[in-house]
Design a protein around this ligand. Sequence first.
Ligand code: TRP
Length: 353
Amino acid sequence: MSTREVILTGDTPTGQLHIGHYVGSVRRRLELQDTHDCYFLLANMHAYTTRSDYPDEIHYDTLEIVRDYLAMGIDPKKSAITLQSETPAIAELTFLFAMLLPFNRVMRNPTLKDEIKIKGLGDNYCFGFPLYAVGQTADILAFRAHSVPVGEDQIPHIELTREVARRFNKLYCGIDENVEDDDPIMEENGVFPIPRADVGKVGKLIGTDGINKMSKSLNNTILITDTPKKVKKKLGQLYTGRQSMTDPGDPESSLMQYVDTFITDTDRAAELKDKYVRGDNIGDGHIKVEIAAAISELLEPMQERRAQYDGDDDTVIDIIRDGTERANVKTEETLAMAKEASGLGFFTRKISF
Ligand code: TRP
């Protein structure tokens, strides 16, 4: 049995991944895949919360995310890329965890509230929409994950997950409520370790509108597949509000976030920043061109890797099948433990693949 820590994180297939996903989460995953047991979940059921009328698109987007993972350097030999809809323990745990969470607690989740606002759902969302927050706790706990690399916006979901894990361990494993989250007893005597959110250095990358978080629904993304020309054009649109080359610039501006994030030569980044902040004859346009070049340099090897899987669904599906098989070994074990603890353990069952 592996004694390495378990990492679980996931993505909802809503389209191709973008550079905000890369700097916010995927880059961190690449560091972890050599030293941790990593599972990356394709949260395709979650896509049905708002797009159940577009099943073919969700199917397509799911395969596209895998291509983006592979392009960005996720190695399917090291990390299991796994499909939520074929990991039944997740659905079963969702049902059980839904009993451990007060309805009003779920509805207070600020990420859900934001989504309702941003996506304009009003009160016309399906029952499954708030349920997905419960489902996400099951995504994480089914793997008995220790750490969850995510962007800032996911923190409320991880907080909910920690609450479920604590409640389960207390209710069904007799763990005293004063036991600290990171006390080894939690895992030795309980079923679930209490998972941590691992927020990357760039918790939230501003989109090319210069205002909002980079996000597909806001049309302000730079995709992994964007050509250098496209990258340059999109960055050109980044709003800075600065009037002239001699205006002192704001060191906290979105433009400077891009400099910090993408100009890898740290001396050059410091120089650009210094000139910009002092308004020392440096135009936004010039800085944008340098950033665009740096982003395209980052994307070039990704695009080469991605091209290998273009049009080849079979290879992509084989990768998912293999990862999902590994995920089911882990999650069926968790489910058996959870059932045993909670009065649902009657006999052993096996799911074959
Ligand atoms: N809700 C996450 C997002 O929209 C995706 C996700 C689903 C996830 N399940 C997860 C993230 C489990 C971390 C852990 O980005």
